[in-house]
Design a protein around this ligand. Structure first.
Ligand code: DAH
Length: 341
């Protein structure tokens, strides 16, 4: 019995010390001191010993049990520590690795132009308005004093939805909507938006493009208000050294009408490829709102007057950012868009 006890102690103490996981240790514990464990079985046989043998063997048995329990406890502690360390190693973060940069989006050049434009006119007390892209032909043409037989009404130039609805060809019908809604001036609005014309696509034409419309109506509004406002806008938009020039023009909805040129903001008036060596760039159409337009919207043209203007936003973005092909604006190529960060 003594030899058996010593043998159990030797084999199991050794085995316990070699255990390298909690599972393995538990498996050994069951084999030595579980219900049918080697030591448990030996201790159960103690009853069969003679009276004389019992004290000495009993003492040894206790020592063996203690030795095994202590070794188990020590090893358990060691394993827990080892397993923690292994876990730490597994979860370790290498802070010296280069990080992954998330791709940051950018504003579309057209939206940058619309934002800049809006900021300038909001600063002048204008509000920003919108109108529908499917518009009454009446608002797009008739109410703007455009003659019944004008070529722009032709199906070759205008997309008709049906006999009396069109895809608006200009943002000018937003003038009509605004005046009809609020017949009590003062009115000061800027209305940017998408417009449509039945054009072939090339580097400078697209069947969908963008305009912004402006309208001011109040008592005693004169051509000098128009010039002052648009000159200030040009300086804010293209640089404080920008000069403006107004050339007579003809629009049906304004009288008198003009086109406004600004000094080329690429060469500052010296002459370059962008301004075709003239030093000037044409930016917008404008004029004093025609009395017929005021009256059709229910505004008394004897009491009120006003001015309006309209500009092509794609062209402004192209010149401002040196974009050589209008199609780039609509292709959503990330390599193009990324440049406007
Ligand atoms: N709607 C005109 C166009 O598409 C631009 C324009 C010119 C708008 C003069 C105006 C204006 O409001 O007064 O060519």
């Amino acid at each position: 019995m003594k030899e058996q006890l010593m043998a159990v102690k030797e084999t199991f103490v050794e085995e316990i010390k070699r255990a390298d996981s909690s599972d393995k240790l538990e498996e050994i514990r069951v084999r030595v001191s579980g219900k049918k464990g080697a030591l448990t079985l030996l201790l159960r046989d103690m009853g069969k010993l003679s009276k004389e043998e019992r004290p000495a063997v009993g003492k040894l048995a206790n020592e063996v049990r203690e030795a095994i329990e202590n070794t188990l406890a020590d090893q358990k502690e060691r394993i827990i520590e080892m397993e923690h360390e292994r876990q730490f190693e597994l979860e370790a973060i290498d802070i010296t690795l280069p990080g992954k940069k998330p791709d940051i989006g950018s504003h579309h050049p057209l939206n940058i132009v619309i934002k800049d434009l809006s900021d300038i006119f909001i600063g002048l007390g204008f509000s920003v308005e919108e109108g529908p892209e499917i518009e009454w032909a009446e608002y797009n043409f008739d109410h703007l004093n455009i003659p019944k037989d004008h070529t722009s009404r032709d199906h070759q130039d205008t997309f008709y939805v049906d006999d009396d609805k069109v895809l608006r060809t200009q943002t000018s019908p937003i003038q009509i909507r605004t005046m009809m809604k609020s017949q009590t001036p003062p009115i000061r609005i800027l209305a940017p938006g998408r417009v449509y014309r039945s054009d072939e696509i090339d580097a400078t034409h697209s069947p969908v493009f963008h305009q912004a419309e402006g309208l001011v109506i109040d008592e005693n509004i004169t051509m000098s208000d128009l010039k002052g406002t648009l000159d200030l806008f040009a300086k804010e938009m293209f640089g404080s050294d920008t000069k403006t020039k107004f050339r007579p023009h003809q629009f049906y909805f304004t009288e008198p009408s003009a086109e406004m040129d600004v000094t080329c903001f690429i060469c500052h008036g010296k002459g370059c490829r962008v301004c075709q060596n003239t030093g000037w760039i044409e930016i917008l159409g404008c004029g004093m709102v025609h009395p017929n337009v005021l009256e059709v919207c229910g505004i008394d043209s004897a009491k009120y007057s006003g001015f309006a203007f309209g500009m092509g936003l794609d062209r402004i973005a192209m010149i401002k950012y040196g974009i050589s092909d209008l199609r780039l604006m609509f292709e959503n190529d990330i390599r193009f868009l990324k440049q406007f960060r």
